[in-house]
Structure formats: C-alpha cells, structure tokens
Design a protein around this ligand. Structure first.
Ligand SMILES: [Cu+2]
Length: 381
C-alpha cells in the first residue's frame, strides 16, 4: 500500500514535470540580466534592405552589448503596382523597414532621423511631417514613441533594452489618425531579438539556420481613379492623406504586397536555397492578421507569435500572424523546386500579391514524391 502510494506520487510528479514548461524554459541568468550597461561593448550594426538581414551570430558569445543602429525616415512616392502610386513613409528608404538583429538583454541604441543625411544637407525633398517609432520589443513610453517624435530635418536618440526574445514589429505612431496613416503607407518593420543561447526546438535541441528571409506584408488603401486600375497622384505625403483616410475607413485594402510592392519577391528579388538547408522564415503584419503557408513544405518548427521563449510547435501546415505581430518558422528543404511562401488567405495571395517564391536546388527524392503513373485516358473498370 505504502509502496503503491509512493509510486503514484512519483508518477504524478513525473507527469507534472513533463507537462510543465519549466523543463523546456531556460531561467534567466542573473549575471546577464544585471549586467551594467556601462560595461557593455558598443557595436555598430549596418542595416540592410529586406528581405535580407544583417550578417549576425546565432548565439551570444559574450555579455550583453549596446548595438547602435541608424534609421532614416523618408517620405517618398513609389509605384507599388503598375499605374498605382503611393506616398510612403519608409524607414531607411525601404518598405518594410530594415530588420535589426540583437540578442535578448542587449541594448538597442537608435539614431532616428526624420529625413536623410543627404536631403537634410542639400535641402532637397524634405519630409513634411513628424515621425517616431514604437518598438513592440521595448518597454515603456509607448514603446519609445513618446521619446522619438522628431520633426523634419531633426534626429533623436533612443536607447532601450531588449528584455524579451522574439521577432517584434516596430512602427511609426505619431498620434491619432496619423498612426494608421503612417503604418499603412509603409512605416513599419520588425526587429529580431534572438535568445542568447540560440533557437531551440520542442525538445530543447539547438536549431541553426543557413538563411533567413523576412516577409513584411503590407496592406495599402490607395485612392483609385474611376478606371479602377490606376491611382490618383498627389504632390506629397500630406496632400495624399485626406483621400487615403476615406479609403482606410472602409477597412478593405486596395493592394496587399510582400516587401512593399507587387512582384518584389516573385520577380524583382530571387530568394534561393539548397536541399538540406534550413531557412528561417520571418513574417510581420503591422495592421492585419496573416496566415503563412509554404506550398509543398511545412513549418518544421513554428514559435507561437514569433516569440522564441515559447516552446515551438512541430510540423505545421499554416500558422498565425496576429495584427501588429509576427511569425517565425524554420523549414529544412527536402526537394528541389519553386516553393511559394504566402498568406493562405489565397485571395490576398493571388488576387492581391501577398506571396514570395523560394527557388530550391539540389535534387529530387522519389521516395518523398513521384508520379506513380502519368496522366492517361481513364482505363475504365
Ligand atoms: Cu510616421
């Protein structure tokens, strides 16, 4: 009796242990958490245009650092689809904005410029409006929005600590109706905050990737001409606003694109991978939900909400991006071919342009798929 009660207790505690997230989670290292910023090495990170990320390590080799980045905001008119022009608010002259890459417990030291060094220096094509940035990864003061509101021709510095690991949206948020106006004209991007020990699968084993692609999904609300194909045009970012707000109130996008414009990741930029390579697929949507899907592949591991300190889900077909959120998934390619990575709201993928292609080379495995017979007339019975 005493023996079986002890056995019961033992099995109950074993079950509790296996069910508990604590056996997967890594407790914070107090020496890292309490590391003094004054002692941190200061490094400059050169940001690059999406869908690519700056070159980076996948696990931290030392204590927390101060990572300095520079983002210049540009108001610019871009043809996002044939005959369709939008005045965008673009971080670093790109929609979506660039992806800084840091480790959890690093500090991000941002210089935010309203304009570019060149336009400010030479007085050309100045921005019209105030801008700022709200980092969903940051803590306090509207994610930094309160401390970064900056007028055309000025710059401001913001330093914040990356206390959470994951892929996080950032966006301009200057207040009131300016918030959605700046976001749906492209004023958004995302930052990658890696766990110091690197990514881990559902068993806690290391996950390393050979390539990382960022799929920034953008909904647009463009005032169109009566022909339904071409857009109205305006002299600057401010003059566009009244008409665009009217379209926005209908809540129905006129255009949806990956990486800012139609064809960006299916024609303009060629994404490539090899069979056997693991690709980290990062996705953000600052204003609407999305449903990432890799046609012909899977999410081998998908971190819920794109947050790496949650145990990842295994083998998903389609996963979630919440509005103002992200997704992070890895997949190791097993077959060559062209894969579409898209929003599996297929109307948004094919009648709009929420899709990308990944071109994979390296051979075909008949064991995984082959025609058991080719198309032929029905044999009948
Ligand atoms: Cu703005």
């Amino acid at each position: 009796m005493r023996y079986s009660a002890a056995l019961l207790l033992f099995s109950a505690s074993l079950t509790a242990c296996l069910d508990s997230p604590d056996d997967w989670a890594i407790p914070p290292d107090e020496a890292i958490v309490n590391f003094a910023m004054e002692d941190a090495e200061v490094v400059d990170q050169q940001l690059v245009d999406p869908p690519f990320l700056p070159s980076h390590e996948q696990l931290a080799s030392g204590p927390p650092r101060v990572v300095r980045i520079r983002m210049e905001i540009v108001e610019r008119e871009v043809e996002i689809a044939p005959g369709v022009f939008v005045w965008q608010m673009a971080f670093n002259n790109h929609v979506p904005g660039p992806v800084p890459v840091v480790f959890q417990w690093d500090w991000v030291d941002l210089t935010l410029v309203n304009g570019t060094t060149d336009t400010i220096r030479f007085g050309a094509a100045q921005n019209q409006l105030q801008h700022n940035v709200d980092f969903h990864a940051a803590t306090g003061a509207l994610g930094g929005g309160e401390l970064t509101l900056v007028a055309p021709g000025q710059e401001v510095g913001l330093r914040w600590r990356a206390v959470k690991a994951g892929f996080f949206v950032y966006h301009c948020a200057p207040g009131g109706e300016m918030v959605p106006y700046h976001v749906v004209t492209g004023g958004n991007g995302a930052i990658l905050v890696l766990p110091r020990e690197g990514l881990r699968d559902g068993s806690g084993d290391p996950v390393r990737y050979d390539r990382a692609f960022y799929f920034g999904e953008q909904d647009y609300y463009v005032p169109m001409n009566p022909d339904g194909r071409t857009s109205k045009r305006y002299g600057n970012f401010v003059l566009q606003m009244g008409d665009m707000l009217q379209v926005m109130r209908g809540l129905t996008p006129t255009h949806i694109a990956f990486n800012g414009s139609y064809g960006a990741l299916t024609a303009d930029t060629r994404l490539e991978a090899e069979v056997g390579e693991t690709v980290l697929m990062l996705h953000s949507q600052a204003n609407n939900p999305s449903y990432p899907h890799l046609i012909g592949g899977h999410g081998d591991w998908v971190w819920p909400y794109g947050k790496f300190n949650n145990r990842p889900d295994e083998g998903l077909e389609t996963w979630d991006v919440v509005a103002g959120g992200t997704a992070a998934a890895v997949y190791t390619f097993r077959q060559e071919g062209t894969y579409a990575y898209l929003n599996h709201n297929l109307i948004k993928a094919f009648l709009y342009d929420a899709k990308a292609f990944i071109h994979v080379t390296g051979g075909w495995n008949d064991e995984l798929m082959t025609n058991s017979f080719g198309a032929r007339p029905v044999a009948g019975n």
